[in-house]
Design a protein around this ligand. Sequence first.
Ligand code: FAD
Length: 464
Amino acid sequence: MSEYDYDLFVIGAGSGGVRAARLAAALGKRVGIAEEYRIGGTCVIRGCVPKKLLVYASRYGGEIEDARKFGWDYEDLQFDWPTLIHNVHREVDRLNGAYTRTLENAGVDRFLTRATVDGPHGVRLADREAPISADYILIATGGSPSMPDVPGKEHLISSNECFQLEALPDSIVVIGAGYIGMEFASIFAGLGVAVTVLHRGEQVLRGFDMDLRDGLAEAMRDRGVDLHMNADIAAVEKDGGGYRVALKDGSSVCASLVMAATGRAPNTKGLGLEDAGVELGRNGNVVVDEYSKSSVDSIYAAGDVSDRVALTPVAIREGTAFVETVFEGRPTVMDYTFIPTAVFTEPEIGTVGLTEEEARKKYREVDIYKSSFRPMRATISGRDETVLIKIVVDAATEKVLGVHLLGPDAAEIAQMAAISLKLGVTKPQLDSTMALHPSIAEELVTMRQKWTPPEPIKGSDAAA
Ligand code: FAD
């Protein structure tokens, strides 16, 4: 019999924590888990799931307009935010229940309270005196929005509050043009809100392929979203019934609501980690090795709190790898290559592998295949939309290094492309694959023409 109360105690019942707890319990381990908000974590309660439901809602308006040209006719169309948000909450509640039952059925002890670390094998719960001991502790506390430190920051909301709004605002300023900022800008625009995006950088979506960044910015502007780049916030103040966002260049923007989407920080504050000897990184993240082990042998970390790749499937895989390593005697190193990613804007982005910029830094010669076209449905709907598909190839080996898509179903296509990239697909193998016609994805196997950058413009001919 172990000297500890539990073989494993997990702090945080989100994507990574629930998976690790369930798998360890299935191996017969004695497992406890603490959750201070709601079981399911960010993804289920105030991230991927409710967001994607809002994305669906935001697309119907445009689709109904498209449908008219296809012969459908409707009168008296109305959108009702309370109905939407009520139904979203109902689904979140259902998932919260499903995750809770999963833990219950696996025999995991659940503590709905805040937990902190008390030494290498100790956990303290906020609602009880007696400490709990565990052979291993898994920190799976995720992350929280980091808000800009400007005067008037108390007026800002984050993505968390977007899911709780009682009414849809007339106008909104979104600060930050990372994927969360762009997704919410797109959701609000689709629901008829006047949207302004203020971003400190040169272009939206830092880290994505430049063609996608440019393409999305242009498409969002065409949809009426007011995108301001190189915009540095100075302050936020109340202005009548709404708010005024003052910029450092002296200009200002007014809106009914101001949302900050300026990054997320790992939840490690006040967790007792430093006192237990756990090393934290610059962003407050738990520093871990390739097996997710912290600087203390009995304390591991999985998911956003370790600040590796902040996505749900990655957190889940890290939780799984932790259990394989620690409880199954199968040390498992995580593989972070070819993680497909989506941005659920309108139009949508789906991407996997290296961007052109990354590939050019890493490989001597890179071939680019690019196709930009009007999707078939736009020929009748008249919608002003362009699909962009781009393939990045290592010229020496012909291996496909990256696939980047902007347009309908880009996320679904990127998931399928990820399988072939993971298996090491080459451009000739793509070319030998039969096309599925008519589809957008067929372009992936029919592009033959290498893209060549335009000749640099020389001398006075430039104006000609
Ligand atoms: P979390 O899921 O955040 O779970 C951590 C849990 O720990 C939380 O429930 C928290 O309440 C709890 N906790 C924290 N501290 C304590 C404590 N001291 N004691 C007890 N409990 C504690 N990812 C995707 O893959 N696709 C998407 O489309 C996507 N969309 C997103 C949209 C938004 C708006 C946001 C915010 C995130 C999105 N993500 C998306 C990211 C994804 O949600 C996270 O990567 C994922 O949830 C990380 O899982 P985790 O287990 O690390 O942490």
